[in-house]
Design a protein around this ligand. Structure first.
Ligand code: GAP
Length: 451
């Protein structure tokens, strides 16, 4: 029986295999900020591609946008972020640490031996103060009130600001959506749960504009669709749940929100939020800007402010869920192998091409196979360094679905061994037609062997 999954195991694997590193590590790191290494970048890209595929490419009613990170500061007055996007914070005058008042019971005090914040006799906690989460910066060389701008805390507002532009150019009619992927920034105080909550993070958000009478039906639709997206890419359904927000949890703009939650090693936590934002945002921006942000239906002669259903996901948090769900330790008798059982579409590398030895013509055939994979746009990695066992282990930990081994027999009959990451089955297949065959297998339905 494998040991329970901990965040430490995920962090260690991510560092060991070049998925994610602590940012500014050589200077001692910077709080809640991470850098993605080679395999992390490939994994993240696959997650984002899968999102675009479901949200845009497979639909006729969604268009794309890439809006600026720094928008006019009045954006945040209208959206309510300047006045309301706050966390209650408490400072400790003794250790100079800052804690979220609502997370005090899980926040570690800065003193040793470690205690909870407020538990050591020296602790001197202040009253809670509301602290705005937006990062401020200045435009231009002079620092004054008029030059203050903000790094966006969500990508959504850039979509609302462009509602009119998109409506005009795309001739869309509600229901239609505008989708965007990009970085957002929040000055968060967190207990440090790796990439679960970071200061800068990528969001995948879609604002779906609907006639008011259809809002509830579309809210239900997107809840189900977003839940299914995670299972489609291999996350086990029993590790996911939908949790409706209690009325006192709802954001200022929302009349209904449900979270898609995943059972992370830190417990059930939000993976994505689906909110019914009503007409809050368009109405606010219309009032603050003086622009009409509404839809006029030529057929019915009806004029109305569309309501908005918003599925809002985090790229890093999705990556973390995919990693946690895929992580497995398999008992092989004398030994345990660590393997990432990632859906083939999400796996950073699809095929490892492994000559058994660096001589006897094997590297040449391996290069030929590698080139054939590339021609089919299959992300393959040529790897000839170290023993074959070590190379298999490395690719298991990266989550590579197939390993192709070129050996002395290959030179005689042009066949290779194909090793399946999940079953460990090995089979001999001809070199000719191998890329097509693996492409077919990589596209076939896949279910987590952990399910
Ligand atoms: N536009 C709505 C919105 O931003 P949210 O629930 O605050 O809603 C949506 O954020 C998603 O963005 C979250 O479900 C999470 O996946 C991700 N997210 C939010 N804050 C984050 C942070 N500090 N670090 C990493 N991901 C974050």
């Amino acid at each position: 029986m494998a040991e329970a999954l901990t965040m430490d195991k995920i962090v260690a694997l991510c560092k060991r295999r070049g998925f994610v590193f602590a940012a500014s590590e050589i200077y001692g790191g910077i709080a809640n900020t991470y850098d993605y290494g080679h395999y992390g970048v490939l994994l993240k890209r696959n997650v984002v591609d899968a999102w675009w595929r479901a949200m845009l490419e497979e639909r006729d009613d969604v268009v794309a946008l890439d809006s600026a990170i720094i928008q006019h500061p009045r954006t945040w007055e209208a959206s309510g972020h300047l006045s309301g996007f706050t966390d209650p914070l408490i400072d400790c005058k003794a250790c100079k640490l800052r804690f979220r008042a609502d997370h005090l019971d899980t926040s570690a005090c800065g003193r040793k031996p470690s205690k909870l914040a407020g538990d050591a006799p020296e602790c001197e906690l202040t009253e809670a103060r509301e602290f705005n989460l937006m990062f401020e910066t200045q435009i231009g060389p002079v620092k004054d009130a008029g030059s203050t701008v903000y790094l966006r805390p969500e990508t959504a507002q850039g979509i609302f600001l462009n509602f009119k532009n998109v409506l005009q150019f795309s001739r869309s009619k509600p229901p239609f959506g505008i989708a965007q992927v990009g970085k957002s920034f929040r000055n968060e105080i967190t207990p440090g749960n790796f990439i679960f909550r970071t200061l800068e993070f990528e969001q995948m958000e879609m604002e779906f504009f609907v006639p008011p009478s259809e809002a509830t039906a579309w809210y239900e639709h997107w809840l189900r669709a977003r839940f299914d997206w995670y299972t489609q890419y291999g996350i086990r359904a029993d590790k996911l749940r939908l949790r409706p927000h209690d009325p006192d949890e709802l954001s200022h703009y929302s009349s209904a929100t449900s979270d898609v939650e995943y059972e992370f090693p830190i417990g059930w936590s939000e993976l994505e939020g689906v909110a019914n934002r009503g007409d809050f945002d368009l109405t606010q921006h219309a009032e603050h800007s003086g622009e009409k942000l509404e839809y006029f239906d030529q057929q019915t002669k009806e004029r109305y402010v569309p309501h908005v259903i918003e599925p809002a996901a985090g790229v890093g948090r999705s990556v973390l869920a995919f990693l946690c769900d895929a992580y497995d330790e398999e008992d092989l008798g004398q030994d345990t192998r660590t393997v990432l059982r990632l859906h083939p579409a999400i796996a950073p590398v699809k095929v490892a091409v492994l000559p058994l030895v660096r001589k006897d013509g094997q590297p040449e055939v391996a290069r030929e196979i590698h080139a054939a994979m590339r021609r089919r746009r299959i992300v393959a990695e040529y790897d000839e360094a170290g023993s074959i066992g070590k190379r298999y282990r490395r690719h298991d930990e990266i989550g590579t679905p197939y390993g192709v081994t070129i050996d002395h027999q290959t030179l005689e009959d042009r066949t290779v061994t194909v090793r399946d990451r999940d079953t460990l089955a090995q089979e001999r297949l001809p070199v000719d037609g191998l890329a097509e065959e693996l492409e077919r297998r990589l596209r076939a339905a896949w279910r987590s062997p952990k399910a």
